[in-house]
Design a protein around this ligand. Structure first.
Ligand code: HEM
Length: 421
């Protein structure tokens, strides 16, 4: 076991916020305030929670660490070594390329890029549109729904299952597994049930991977299951981990972005009107909402050699949490960071990360966002959010998400003639 406490004695009082815990209910209530205080007081601060870790909150320090994969490793030794991967505390299931360092990381990522290019995403758009229409059809006659589950998660889960090559009728069960494992903090009483459901998902990925090795198709699981890395097929569990990464990256992030956006627009009707009248502004707005909400709040790295970050000395094997949310609110980079400015240009946010791990799915995310927003605007014209009834995640430590976003609207009629499920 590492002696985390030894470092605390080398830090000044200003460099220690021993209470900070990104999984706490306090963080869930006032994450931006806590991050601002840390960024201004000490952008690389020590917390004693979860075995001890440094919290990195300024734009400069987060981007420096995210781009220096050799010093700040994404690797996950799965308990066999000091590298503990992207989640803090660690995730026992290795999470695909997000938890690999170059050169292996690039060898796996390169053949997958073609599924996520602008051209590939353009080709996917008719399906995204169909899924969004169909999801809205399921609730449009009732005049009320939970937008987060019924529409946003349905769309993102269908698109992600389609990309992975998994049956669409299991999309909602996979989505539930991804939501639960990301929102239920380690150590809580509901965690065992979340782990069990996750095992179901991993089992489905395993079955699909074995089948695709025999009979490959044009989808991501086939691509991961059949690629050769260093001349060999990847071990089966790495194919499972790779599929898990795409499922969790594809579903929860964009649905969290959509939920936050609609809650915000309900409180800012002028902006909502502006976007309804100018759909060409949605792409830029998507970038700004990603900066403002940081759907992925932060991810961890393990330090591989003694070094200095933001005037803070770090030692080999230290854990650091890169707070994308903290960096995205840094006033030294973003003018008036606490205001949403949909025309903000340039907008060098790190909501999609930075460096070699920068999000591979960003064009898919943007398309799912723009198409879903346009369709909700067009079909739920007088939509209002029930803020009292809507619930955020109890832990925002990883994903800034919502359990439910209840909405009411004048009932409408169905439009799709083909069924999706
Ligand atoms: C608003 C939506 C999204 C946000 C905010 C987001 C955010 C991020 C961030 C911050 C990273 C960097 C991870 C790191 O540095 O360790 C990342 C990586 C990744 N994302 Fe996304 N993501 C989104 C949508 C998607 C979608 C739709 C997919 C797939 C369908 C996806 C798949 C991935 C994958 C596979 C990686 C790992 C890339 C690598 O390690 O090379 N993401 N994403």
């Amino acid at each position: 076991m590492m002696n985390w406490r030894k470092y605390v004695h080398e830090l000044t009082d200003d460099q220690v916020d021993s209470d900070f815990d990104h999984h706490s209910s306090e963080y869930a209530e006032r994450n931006d305030e806590l991050l601002k205080e840390l960024r201004e007081k000490c952008p690389v601060a020590w917390s004693e929670n979860h075995g001890g870790y440094f919290v990195v909150t300024s734009y400069d320090t987060v981007s420096t660490a995210a781009k220096d994969w050799a010093t700040y490793s994404s690797g996950n030794d799965e308990g066999a070594g000091p590298k503990q991967g992207g989640l803090h505390p660690t995730n026992p299931h290795k999470n695909g390329i997000q938890e690999e360092d170059p050169p292996k990381h690039l060898e796996i990522r390169k053949p997958l890029n073609k599924y996520f290019s602008r051209t590939a995403v353009k080709e996917l758009e008719p399906e995204i549109r169909q899924y969004a229409s169909w999801a809205i059809d399921q609730v449009i006659e009732s005049g009320e729904c939970d937008l987060s589950t019924d529409v946003f998660t349905t769309v993102t889960a269908l698109v992600t299952n389609k990309l992975l090559g998994l049956p669409l009728n299991e999309a909602s069960k996979h989505a539930e597994a991804m939501h639960d494992i990301l929102k239920i903090p380690p150590g809580s009483s509901e965690r065992a049930a979340a782990e069990e459901l996750l095992q179901w998902s991993l089992g489905q990925f395993r079955e699909a991977a074995l089948a695709r090795r025999e009979d490959p198709s044009d989808d991501i699981i086939s691509a991961i299951a059949t690629m050769k890395v260093g001349g060999d097929l990847l071990p089966l569990e790495e194919v499972v981990g790779g599929s898990y990464l795409f499922m969790s990256g594809g579903v929860d992030t964009t649905s969290a972005l959509l939920s936050n956006t609609f809650v915000y627009l309900d409180k800012n009707p002028d902006l909502r009107r502006q976007l309804m009248e100018n759909p060409n502004m949605l792409e830029g707005a998507c970038e700004e909402f990603i900066r403002y909400f940081s759907p992925v709040q932060g991810l961890a790295r393990t330090v591989t050699k003694d070094c200095t970050l933001g005037a803070q000395s770090l030692s080999t094997d230290d854990r650091v949490l890169l707070s994308f949310a903290g960096a995205n609110m840094d006033a030294t980079v973003f003018e008036e960071p606490e205001s949403v400015q949909i025309a903000r240009r340039p907008n060098p946010h790190v909501g999609f990360g930075a460096g070699v791990h920068r999000c591979i799915g960003k064009h898919v995310a943007s398309s799912m966002f723009c198409i879903t927003v346009e369709q909700v605007f067009a079909r739920m014209l007088d939509l209002r959010i029930d803020h009292e009834k809507s619930r955020r995640y109890q832990s925002l430590g990883i994903i800034n998400g919502w359990d439910s976003v209840w909405a009411r609207f004048t009932p409408g009629t169905r439009v799709t003639t083909t069924t999706v499920l």
